[in-house]
Design a protein around this ligand. Sequence first.
Ligand code: ATP
Ligand code: MG
Length: 574
Amino acid sequence: MLYSEMHLPTGREVPSDAEVVSNQLMIRAGMIRKLTSGIYSYLPLGYRVIRKVEQIVREEMNKAGAQEVHLPMVQPAELWQESGRWNYYGKELLRFRDRNDRDYCLGPTHEEVITDLVRHDIKTYRQLPKNLYQIQTKFRDEVRPRFGVMRCREFGMKDAYSFDADEAGAEKSYEKMFAAYNNIFRRCGLKFRPVEADSGSIGGSFSHEFMVLAESGEDAIAFCEKCDYAANLEKAEIARPEKTEPGDGDRPALESVETPNVRTIDEVSAFLNVSPQQIVKTLIFNADGRACAVLIRGDHEVNEIKVKNFLGAAELELADDEMIFKATGAPRGFAGPVGVKVRVIADYSILGLADMVTGANRENHHLKNVNLGRDFAVEAFADLRVVQPGDACPRCAGEIKFARGIEVGHVFKLGTKYSKAMKAVYLDRDGREKTMIMGCYGIGIGRTAAACIEQNFDQNGIIWPMPLAPYAVIVTPVNINETEVMKAAREIYDELLAAGVEVILDDRDERAGVKFKDADLIGIPLRIVVGSKNLAQGRVELKIRKTGENRLYATSDICEEVRAIIAAELKTAV
Ligand code: ATP
Ligand code: MG
């Protein structure tokens, strides 16, 4: 492509409303343009990158045996009513009516539509398994669209859905997608980690988020430096500690102390002059209408998802004042395990504690020297807290560290959530009717491109890894008014074009400095500079964007050299 003919509106100004580097650079490099909040146009350069991501995704999905479909974006309300999500989904779902007053929505995801398709077409076990995918526009009316195309309202997603006859098959489908995702993000040239995420009622390790590691990431990840364990903070497990006996000997007698208006851990700690590690927090939860007390050490936080999963509750929230009063006989802030009238479960952090300080279930009172067994009982100990840096790795002897990441993909075993509600059934070998088992697998296309920039930039602009680069090479004649220079540049350009290389010829009548700045900004991996001085010696300069390296090559060798570099970089990414 000739630069002079490209629609490539680059800019030097950092856009004031762009919070993250990728958004700033995508705007400055003329890749995207904001239309309105959370809604973007892709310009030619940006769309080429999108097509690169899509192509890698498509190849790996096809290789994994998934088949591409294209489902409608406009979806009738009836399907969402059938799955139960019409009322549940909330404001992210953009709803509207047609001229006949029928309700519709713009698809934020396609479980309903695909399940409807499959229940119609698939009747017997012989037609299973199936994995269908599409690359298509989604609309989600996000509360806070931000970070450009990373969290926008209209965006491209690859979504795949697997249908299997049994659990073993569903797990195999999941493994296949997991492997395909690893290939996809590796081929995109990204530094990423699959992290375990909460899979709700499914259990097991059947939800992974693929996280691109970046400071600007919205998500926190707990990972082990020694092994490949990584999980998001909701999910990160904490192993049961080895030392759990507080030690023998007589414990001091239980003591009730008056603590007027002293409620929080900090207040109790200061008032009684004890460390938060000595204090036990007692939280009363409302689990499906039933009260439950959860004990945790004062310096830790309860992880509500873990509590919810442990209790097998459909709904879990902190109890209101009335429920707390019923359970403890005291107002909020003084709950404790001694004499509490509801079931008590405790985090592992309570094991090994002696002479604890707890609420007294009496207004303005706390208890000192509280001991497990002697003073209270616990129904079960479990991992119920939020992980912290420095915790032991649940898989090896390593230590947990925190990092930030951008979720670019998600693989999830759905089980029968949709197939049951929407009656996606098949006849098994014995002619019995069974419910299909589903999985769903998403990748944000635009978010992947943006995440790649977050990992690959410098003060001059984007540094595209070869697989996602909109063009591999830019040929820059230093001065287009010198006939020999322009002739040589054009010959190199023509030869590369003929060889199928994606190349730009910067034929603009601009100063070399301006052209170099633009080439760096848009991040083209290889730049061939054709100038009169080198050319007089039959040479041109090759500049590598990533390393800043400059090398001289004979004019006659440059095309072959460039092709070899491109081939090598695409190959290492495969
Ligand atoms: P998030 O927690 O970031 O909101 P999600 O859990 O809603 O993500 P999924 O429903 O699993 O996301 O969607 C699959 C993929 O689609 C995500 O991994 C992400 O790459 C992409 N995606 C989700 N929401 C957006 C958005 N608002 N803008 C751009 N991409 C998105
Ligand atoms: Mg979301």
